[in-house]
Design a protein around this ligand. Structure first.
Ligand code: RFL
Ligand code: PHB
Length: 390
């Protein structure tokens, strides 16, 4: 088999890239280790930046998004139970975010793929990348136990944090930067109306909490938890009690409790690997970087990476210029590091850290009080939250 671009991974990065290339008539094959139900079933991101919703519109994938997506012009912050609002639209000249689950995005990307000639190979086992520093890379894998091979011009490594792509770059080329946080997020989904029409990010003495949603009838809530905790120790009633305490009485009064149908713990990490290109391999999305979920940047960064990469590849195939390809890594990393900074900062001002003493706690409180009282500080938060320009 032969194609122009072999895309490893059918997550948001891989599938958005496949659609971008298809739109410009560039041949690509997507290789995915799991099946469609697994990829589409993963409960993950919920908040889309305008860059992401605009791309979905450009690609003709926004019919359902425009019908069902919940546009949020503001967000709420709670400090020890007291709420205040950041008017993102007013502070950014009209920008907003849209609540539309990653599962819905994946569904729309997969549904539209066959009609556009996008080829996805599901259950591709033991993917190996070779010849990445030559003009003729080769991707091999196993399909139902049989060996398969794909020759290509370029490989897009969109296979997430645990994929093979980053690991195919020699150790003396790759530099990695990392912070691992001493806590996780315990998240639930429940078929109950959300407590509030906008998200609430809460800093409380007992730890962080987040009130989010997926639709007017489906809520997504998170609380900060220890890394050694077990979901089995968090029956629904305990979760609701703790959530209500941390969000404070005003928000708690509006919480509708109900049985959760998803409950899991996610660790928090900041991670960047540089460069994002080696020879004919390009890394995009979680394969190259991870942000803690505070600020909702992960999927949006995967999207901006592949917008840069798509542009570079189209430029190459149209005119033979390698300018976009050569600057891909530095262009993508410039935006990545700003989102890393924001996610790290937003995590650091909203969570309880084990080593936190009275001084650290008061500095944190002062920082949030400062945001509450300063338009300038609110604007900084808002322009990062809605997404920095490409
Ligand atoms: P993905 O989604 O991990 O997809 C990678 C795909 O590659 C496949 N794969 C392989 N395929 C072939 N061969 C191999 N060897 C392979 N190894 C892996 C995998 O099966 C998978 O299908 O990476 P991608 O595309 O870069 O997308 C990244 C986003 O999924 C991720 O950043 C977000 O989910 C992060 N995230 C959030 N992002 C947001 O923008 N807004 C949010 O509100 C938000 N909330 C979240 C989040 C992530 C969370 N968790 C669980 C990590 C909330 C949570 C709790
Ligand atoms: C979510 O709804 O899953 C969500 C929302 C905002 C975040 C992270 C996750 O910052």
């Amino acid at each position: 088999m032969r194609t122009s671009v072999a895309i490893i991974g059918a997550g948001p990065a891989g599938m958005f890239l496949a659609h971008l290339l298809a739109k410009s008539g560039i041949d690509a094959v997507v290789l995915e280790r799991r099946d469609r139900a697994y990829v589409e079933g993963r409960v993950r991101a919920g908040v889309l930046e305008q860059v992401t919703t605009d791309l979905m519109r450009d690609l003709g994938l926004a019919e359902r998004l425009d019908r069902e997506g919940l546009v949020h012009a503001g967000t709420q912050i709670s400090l020890d139970g007291e709420l205040f609002r950041i008017d993102m639209a007013a502070l950014t000249g009209g920008s907003a975010v849209t609540v539309y689950g990653q599962q819905e995005v994946m569904h729309d990307l997969f549904e539209a793929a066959p009609a556009r000639g996008i080829q996805i190979v599901w259950n591709a086992q033991d993917v190996v990348l070779e010849g990445l520093d030559t003009d003729a890379p080769v991707v091999s894998w196993r399909q139902d136990g049989e060996p398969r091979e794909l020759r290509c011009d370029f490989v897009a490594g969109c296979d997430g944090y645990h994929g093979v792509s980053r690991a195919s770059i020699p150790g003396d080329v790759l530099r990695t930067f990392e912070r691992v946080y001493p806590f996780g997020w315990l998240g639930i989904l429940a078929e109950v109306p959300p407590a509030n029409h906008e998200l609430i990010y809460a800093n409380h003495e007992r730890g962080f909490a987040l009130a989010s949603m997926r639709s007017p009838t489906r809520s997504r809530y998170y609380i900060q938890c220890g890394l050694d905790e077990d979901v089995m120790d968090w029956p629904d009633e305990r979760f609701w009690d703790e959530l209500c305490l941390r969000l404070g009485s005003e928000a708690a009064a509006r919480i509708t409790r109900g049985p959760s149908f998803e409950k899991s713990i996610a660790p928090l990490r900041s991670f960047v690997s540089e460069p994002m290109r080696w020879g004919r391999l390009f890394l995009a999305g979680d394969a190259a970087h991870i942000v803690p979920p505070t600020g909702a940047k992960g999927m949006n960064l995967a999207v901006s990476d592949v917008m840069f990469l798509g542009e570079a590849l189209v430029e190459h195939y149209r005119g033979g210029s390698t300018a976009g390809i050569d600057t891909y890594s530095s262009r993508a990393l410039a935006r990545v590091w700003k989102a890393e900074r924001f996610s790290w900062w937003f995590t650091s001002i909203t969570h309880r850290f084990p080593e936190m003493d009275g001084f650290a706690r008061r500095i944190q409180t002062a920082e949030i009080e400062y945001i509450r009282g300063s338009q300038a500080a609110q604007r900084v938060l808002a322009e990062n939250y809605v997404g920095l320009p490409l």
